[in-house]
Design a binder for this molecule. Structure first.
Ligand code: SF4
Length: 264
């Protein structure tokens, strides 16, 4: 709780309302975007939301602020190839096309956000380089290829690329069959490892490895809107929607082989 309070305070002190920049003509929290583009050889769909958006109509300037609670400030490729930065700039370009000067700031609230005595930004403030029109155009073509790939993606593609079929990672990352985990409990020298209450500690296991039931929320036209894991999550849905209980058969790899002996 104390941590959240400190983080909230950092965010507020940084001027959540954008007045540190001067009075915005419009400020929007959680600006949603839902893009469906089909123009000049670009065809993609994407949606999301922006934490805080400040619009300055006179300067045609849009400032996007995204609050992060991560333990580290971005570095390296997280800065140079930041997908969120590209996506936010693209969203503002499409939703507010008259705003040509788009700036993105990531605010890491676990770090100091206040400027120092010389006015340099605090350690937790990351102002991104401006994205050029050409870069955004390139990003749109990239989204178009991803969209094409997703639209032609079928069950055979999915089955051919399961983590269980990949090699074990050689670089200490959590990839390959390690992602699948295994049934049972942690053991050391043949004995179960116990937690501080004397209970055996379960092994990590991928949440999609075993079968489970879930609930599909469907609109009145019969189009699937969303899937949720528990019945409680279906209680406050749009009264025109209906809920269907469905079963997931488990990961096809394990369903087929029923043999996890190759896993450590
Ligand atoms: S259990 Fe199946 S779904 Fe889960 S990581 Fe392994 S291959 Fe992927």
């Amino acid at each position: 709780m104390e941590l959240i309070d400190t983080m909230t305070l950092e965010g507020l002190l940084y001027d959540f309302f954008g007045a540190d920049l001067k009075k915005p003509s419009q400020q929007i929290s959680e600006q949603e975007f839902n893009l469906e583009i089909d123009e000049d050889g670009k065809k993609y769909k994407t949606r999301g939301f922006i934490d805080k958006l400040f619009l300055y109509s006179k300067e045609k300037r849009a400032v996007i602020r995204d609050f992060k609670t991560s333990k580290q400030v971005f570095k390296g490729k997280e800065i140079s190839d930041n997908l969120q930065n590209l996506m936010y700039c693209l969203a503002v370009k499409k939703v507010f096309p008259e705003y040509k000067n788009i700036e993105v700031e990531f605010l890491f609230v676990k770090f100091d956000l206040q400027p120092d005595l010389l006015g340099s930004p605090g350690k937790g403030v990351l102002k991104m380089e401006k994205i050029s029109e050409e870069e955004l155009e390139g990003f749109e073509y990239q989204l178009t290829s991803i969209q094409e790939y997703l639209e032609s993606f079928n069950e055979d593609d999915a089955r051919s690329n399961l983590a269980a079929k990949q090699n074990y990672p050689s670089d200490n990352t959590f990839g390959g069959p390690l992602m699948c985990g295994k049934e049972g409990f942690k053991k050391s020298k043949g004995k179960e490892v116990l937690d501080k209450n004397g209970n055996p500690i379960p092994n990590y296991i991928c949440e999609f490895r075993n079968p489970f039931d879930y609930y599909a929320i469907i609109n009145k036209e019969g189009v699937l809107q969303k899937c949720v894991f528990t019945k409680e999550e279906t209680e406050n849905i749009d009264p025109e929607f209906f809920v269907e209980k469905r079963s997931y058969q488990g990961c096809p790899h394990f369903e087929k082989t029923e043999d996890s002996s190759f896993l450590v």
